[in-house]
Ligand binder design. Structure first.
Ligand code: 0CH
Ligand code: SF4
Length: 325
């Protein structure tokens, strides 16, 4: 590379916060403001190290199980959703709950309830142990069978191959899920589809954007945490669609300068649980090392917004000043 060749940075759009994450993080922030610390949060509100750390500094206490929350306290349920049994546990402990489950996850829960009511075996495509999968399975534990990718299809057993439906986690690879469904359909030709896409708009759009970028970049840097399913998928998709290398980092300081050796064009994106300030820090890090200003590549326009959890809306309405007439 000659000295006057500018090293380029491509920045994916859309990237970062989706409407469900924005709503969930705001729910904790508003609860802290309105009710004061501590506010308990069951599991990480979203799978991002920085978001969790920042909220902890402001007085949120993250717990793994509902029983760790003191009786009568306020607990927020994470964006990934919870099984009905968790609502019952909270009730038993007299907790005040704020349910920050993304409405698009709730939609999948409702699909599970409906298929179970019609006595279908439900093949839930998702990652074993992921909180969203645990929550969705909990809606109909006797009907749901987990299918963790195409390699898992052969071992599935159902009661009646004529009465089978599939659902999925919202944050999977679109292409891998299509491959899993194709294999499932080979085994169960009568397989019923969900009424609408379970992989959400944000997951899909971020994958479309990274595909476009990966074809033009040697290295793709994805900002996101290691337990964030949708962020990890972006790394895989980038590698499958033309990038020589793709790396996941929580912070700019985790970038290894060796990754950039011989790289003329680097792509940058971030998972749905990642605040944009972390992406801006990556861009600044690259700029300091001789890369140009980032060129944003917009693949899809996004305008989705969700209203706050109903428990908060109700309390916020109550505290509005009465306008004199
Ligand atoms: O991608 P996953 O599901 O691991 O979660 P995240 O990183 O917290 O992103 C937000 C998705 C929340 C539920 O769909
Ligand atoms: Fe909702 Fe999709 Fe965001 Fe998950 S990734 S919180 S399903 S919008």
């Amino acid at each position: 590379m000659t000295a006057n060749t500018k090293r380029r940075v491509l920045l994916a759009k859309p990237r970062g916060y989706c409407a469900g994450v924005d709503r969930a993080v705001q729910a904790v922030e508003i609860a802290l403001e309105k009710y004061g610390a501590p506010i308990y949060v069951r599991k990480q509100i979203v799978h991002n190290v920085h978001v969790v750390k920042t909220l902890e500094e402001r007085g949120a206490i993250f717990v793994d199980e509902t029983e760790e929350v003191p009786e009568g306290a306020i607990v927020v349920f994470s964006a990934h959703g919870v099984a009905p049994v968790v609502h019952e546990e909270a009730k038993g402990l007299n907790l005040r709950t704020i349910d920050a489950t993304c409405p698009l996850v709730t939609k999948v829960h409702k699909e599970a309830v409906r298929f179970a009511a019609e006595d279908y075996d439900i093949l839930l495509i998702g990652h074993e142990g992921h909180e969203e999968v645990i929550g969705t399975t909990g809606e109909a534990p006797d009907h749901v069978h987990l299918v963790d990718g195409p390699g898992d299809v052969a071992r599935v057993t159902v009661r009646d191959p004529e009465k089978v439906a599939w659902l999925s986690q919202t944050t999977l690879s679109v292409d891998e899920t299509i491959a899993t469904v194709e294999k499932l359909r080979e085994r169960f030709p009568k397989l019923m589809d969900p009424p609408s896409d379970d992989i959400c708009y944000a997951t899909q759009n971020r994958q479309v954007a990274v595909k476009e970028m990966a074809a033009r970049a040697q290295l793709v840097i994805v900002v996101g945490s290691t337990n964030s399913s949708n962020s990890v998928r972006l790394v895989e998709v980038a590698k499958e669609h033309g990038a020589d290398d793709a790396r996941l980092v929580d912070y700019a300081e985790h970038i290894d300068p060796a990754w950039l050796e011989g790289v003329a064009t680097v792509g940058v994106t971030s998972g749905a649980s990642v605040p944009d300030e972390l992406v801006q820090e990556v861009l600044a890090w690259l700029y300091e090392r001789g890369f140009g200003e980032a060129e944003e590549i917009e693949s899809v326009e996004e305008s989705m917004r969700f209203s706050l959890p109903k428990e908060l809306r109700k309390d916020l309405r109550k505290s509005l000043p009465i306008t004199p007439v």
